[in-house]
Ligand binder design. Structure first.
Ligand SMILES: [Zn+2]
Length: 301
């Protein structure tokens, strides 16, 4: 039915991608002869379907085609269950989208859950992260004996252990996508970018692959040729697992040595470095200059 609806159309999201490896090489999408283009029109899973387009006009065209195809196949679109989410370009104002099916305006929404993931109008994942945190509480339960109830590990270290679990999951997923067939949407998206548009200057929003780079480093996996290792599922699993154990041991020993240093200072105050930065206003002393700098700001308001 979707083939019927979207045969020969151009409305959708243009992306360019290149799947021959070197995900973390910035310049790889500049090689015009090797880059492929595709248009993503719909995401379909079980009985959910999401259409996407880059303008309200295009969205209306796609919706009309979809609803026309539904008519042809004797299917009815529930206008009550169908919602529209509009994500304005960065820096552009929001305006209520108006997309209709048989003259009936579809309900505009601020957020939208698709396959258990929440997307928001602001195109950020804050909502998603909050949702995941509550789902993660059962995982926390499993860590109880090994991590939470263990004395001598600071809370921040405990949270870093969670960090390791997340890194493991991210690396596994990246390997999984790496091994996917080139025609799969997740692979095109990981190995591609929007065909048009620029990322904002300054500090642009991080992408999955940006944090993947940090993760690989943390797991002691070579950033340059991780993809070769990831082609073999068993080898990849082993690498990720070893890397995570190493990272965890490193973190814990760092925390332990910090703690010992602190205890030693407490026992023997002469080891304590003298505070050399004094506030001119109230006389409070600071060991580091940065402490004084941020403290001085409190006098300004
Ligand atoms: Zn002061």
């Amino acid at each position: 039915m979707l083939t019927d609806a979207f045969h020969g159309t151009k409305e959708g999201i243009d992306i360019k991608y290149r799947t021959d490896g070197k995900l973390l090489n910035q310049r790889r999408l500049l090689a015009l002869t090797k880059v492929k283009h595709t248009v993503l029109k719909d995401f379909l899973f079980a009985d959910d379907c999401a259409l996407n387009a880059t303008s309200g006009q295009d969205m209306q065209v796609s919706t009309d085609r979809f609803s026309g195809a539904c008519d042809n196949f004797g299917l009815i679109i529930s206008t009550k269950k169908t919602e529209v989410l509009y994500q304005p370009r960065p820096g552009k104002p929001y305006k209520e989208p108006c997309v209709t099916v048989h003259g009936q305006v579809l309900n505009p929404v601020d957020k939208f859950t698709y396959l258990g993931s929440t997307m928001s109008r602001q195109a950020n994942i804050d909502e998603e992260v909050n949702g995941r945190i509550s789902k993660a509480s059962s995982v926390f339960g499993r860590l109880r004996r090994n991590v939470w109830d263990r004395r001598g590990i600071k809370l921040s270290t405990k949270l870093k252990v969670i960090h390791t679990l997340i890194e493991k999951a991210q690396a596994r997923w990246a390997g999984h996508v790496r091994r996917m067939n080139d025609s799969r949407i997740p692979k095109m998206l990981l190995y591609g970018e929007l065909a048009e548009g620029k990322r904002l200057a300054g500090r642009p929003k991080l992408r999955f692959k940006d944090s993947l780079k940090a993760t690989l480093k943390s797991l002691s996996i070579p950033v340059e040729n991780w993809e070769d290792a990831a082609t073999d599922r068993h080898q990849w699993r082993r690498l990720v697992h070893q890397g995570a154990e190493l990272a965890e041991r490193r973190r814990i020993s760092l925390a332990v040595s910090k703690r010992e240093a602190r205890k030693a200072r407490e026992k023997n105050p002469s080891l304590q470095p003298l505070p050399k930065h004094k506030c001119d206003v109230c006389g409070r002393c600071f060991r580091a200059r940065i402490g004084l700098v941020s403290h001085t700001r409190t006098h300004k308001d």
